[in-house]
Design a protein around this ligand. Structure first.
Ligand code: COA
Length: 561
């Protein structure tokens, strides 16, 4: 079928559906939902057999749904209605939630149901549930709905519940004197990554994101009692929670201590907290089993600022001294890595710093980290990519000896979407030698996502493992332990290859060439990267669909006979 994805953005769910539908032989094109007239034009050009709307913020106009079957992906169980479906489910602490694929009609979220899929709820942020459980359930339900459309299925009208309006900030408000830790976490989780919970810090209005429980430290309810690295600890009625990210009024979302750089808060007691897992704020932690080390890095949104790269490098150097044979870099729950931290870079303009200088520091810190990984002679290194990865994050993964992907993970191994950025992280070394010159050129130019199957097919990745998160981790641990049982041949070959590669062209030369381009991106006459970064962090609405996504807008595009 010809399927038009009508979506507010090409987000993780839309990318997954684009890949899954394309792989099943459907012709898929994308239009951003910008205005009714633009959507109507896309429909007129593409003449779709079916329209799928994975992520909309407005209703589809009657001019479209009255003439075409439009399938809406609603992140709620059958019968649920309204724009804050997941937010309510999290705040109410429901045990099971789901995704419904229903047909667009005049009454919102009330049309016939084509398919649905449920999942057990997990204690996690809304964004994390969306990127994991919702994405998996939505993929299953959309694929089933598409098959049903092809087979002439007659969808049924569900019993519908009352419309649940947009959740207000009044419903999200935290009462720091009365709310216990579980309630505070639930409220912040239900509002993460958008819109956040409105509150105050140091007398300033702001929004909270990225909350973590604290097991031991305590204080007077509502007081800010400590800081650690980028997070602030605030006491609740019965304990304390770490606030990882904050958005000040009219500002952008930033690590909490960076949003309030001049505050006087005592640091939390220091210990090498990342050397094992604790019930506290801990963005890096390490575990070990069967001669395998597992290094986890839970960086919010997968963004890696200079200081995070430096701390992760320190942790990696330490992990390399452990008596292990295999070292697995696990990334975080939602993202493995999305490269340099564009929000932190943008915020450099708020103080005396310059975003160009911070970009330079950040890319060098990423490169130092990638180099530390490439130069690991005594262990086999594995990037176990369970969450998605983008831009430099993909090449940090590729700096490992092996890249294992979760079935369902999506990679965006290109940089040009960010204002024509050239990219570094030794990609000019790692990419062509894996996929070949021509494929490397296509990956960089096409700027399209790679799903796990395709990433393995083009040899960007080495293996695709189980799709379910827990099964993926078990699979990773089992395979890593098997590898650890006999690493000698692998390590001998790896050292030989590295020595030959270094003799042919040193890594320092790759780095220098890449950074020559990046210097021009950051400091040159063309401001494209700075403009793109500004729009990315400010979440400027799209005003057109990029041509590489809207195939129906290609000059030579014709409806196939
Ligand atoms: N720096 C800062 N924030 C980042 C980021 C980065 N490098 N990459 C992603 N994010 C943030 C987004 O702003 C968004 O924030 P929110 O929680 O406030 O909404 C969140 O991560 C999720 O990103 P989103 O774009 O919604 O996720 P996605 O899965 O739909 O798309 C990418 C993933 C990788 C395609 C997309 O995030 C992207 O293009 N990121 C930029 C990558 C990049 O250019 N890095 C710099 C060069 S190395």
């Amino acid at each position: 079928m010809r399927i038009l994805l009508l979506t507010h953005a090409f987000n993780s769910l839309s990318q997954r559906l684009w890949a899954e539908l394309g792989r099943r032989g459907h012709e898929v094109s994308i239009e951003f939902d910008i205005a009714d007239s633009v959507a109507e034009e896309a429909v007129a050009l593409f003449k779709p057999d079916l329209i799928v709307a994975p992520y909309l913020r407005r209703a589809i106009p009657e001019s479209i749904w009255s003439k075409h079957v439009c399938l809406i992906v609603h992140p709620g169980i059958v019968g649920d209605r309204g724009p804050s479906a997941l937010d309510h489910a999290i705040q109410q602490g429901v045990a099971v939630w789901g995704v419904t694929v229903l047909q667009a009609e005049a009454e919102m979220d009330a049309g016939p149901v084509w398919a649905s899929a449920n999942f057990p709820m997990r204690t996690a942020t809304k964004a994390s549930l969306y990127r994991n459980e919702v994405t998996e359930a939505a993929t299953r339900a959309v694929l089933e709905a598409v098959t049903r459309v092809e087979s002439g299925f007659q969808p049924q009208r569900p019993e519908i519940s009352a419309w649940q309006p947009l959740m207000t900030q009044a419903q999200r408000r935290i009462d720091w004197q009365k709310d216990d830790t579980a309630t505070v976490l639930r409220k912040i989780n239900a509002a993460d990554g958008f819109p956040g919970v409105e509150d105050e810090l140091f007398g300033e209005p702001c929004k909270f994101f990225d909350a973590w429980p604290e097991a031991t430290l305590r204080g007077e309810a509502g007081a800010i009692i400590a800081l650690r690295e980028t997070a602030l600890l605030r006491a609740t009625a019965d304990g304390a929670v770490w606030i990882g990210h904050v958005k000040r009024k009219d500002g952008i979302k930033l690590p909490a201590t960076l949003a309030f750089p001049d505050i006087a808060v005592p640091p939390a007691p220091t210990f090498d907290y990342w050397k094992s897992a604790h019930a506290t704020w801990q963005d890096i932690f390490y575990e070990e089993a069967d001669a395998v080390g597992f290094l986890h890095f839970e960086f919010y949104n997968g963004a890696m600022a200079t200081s995070q790269c430096e701390r992760l490098r320190e942790a990696l150097r330490w992990a390399k001294t452990r008596p292990t044979k295999v070292l697995v870099l696990m990334g975080g729950q939602d993202f493995w890595s999305n490269g340099i931290h564009l929000n932190v870079i943008e915020s450099a303009s708020l103080g005396d710093g310059s975003p160009a200088d911070e970009s330079w520091r950040n890319i060098n810190a990423m490169n130092d980290l990638a180099l530390e990984l490439i130069e690991t002679p005594d262990q086999v290194t594995i990037a176990a990519v369970g969450g998605n990865a983008g831009a430099g994050g993909c090449y940090l993964a590729r700096a490992a000896d092996l890249v294992w992907l979760r079935d369902g993970a999506i990679l965006n191994p290109h940089y040009k979407n960010m204002g024509n950025l050239y990219g570094s992280e030794y990609w000019t070394y790692s990419l062509p030698r894996r996929v070949g010159e021509e494929e490397a050129r296509m990956i960089m130019l096409d700027r399209l996502p790679l799903d796990a199957r395709r990433a393995v097919a083009v040899k960007f990745a080495d293996a695709m493992l189980a799709g379910e998160r827990a099964a993926f981790r078990i699979d990773v641990a089992r395979r890593a332990a098997e590898l650890a049982a006999d690493v000698a041949p692998f390590l001998t070959e790896k050292r030989g290859t590295r020595a030959r590669d270094e003799a042919a062209k040193p890594l320092a030369a790759y780095r220098e060439e890449e950074l020559g381009h990046m210097r021009r991106n950051f400091y040159g006459f063309d401001p494209s990267y700075h403009v793109a970064r500004f729009h990315f962090v400010s979440k400027s609405p799209a005003s057109w669909t990029p041509r590489h996504l809207a195939r129906h807008r290609d000059l030579g595009w014709k409806i196939p006979e």
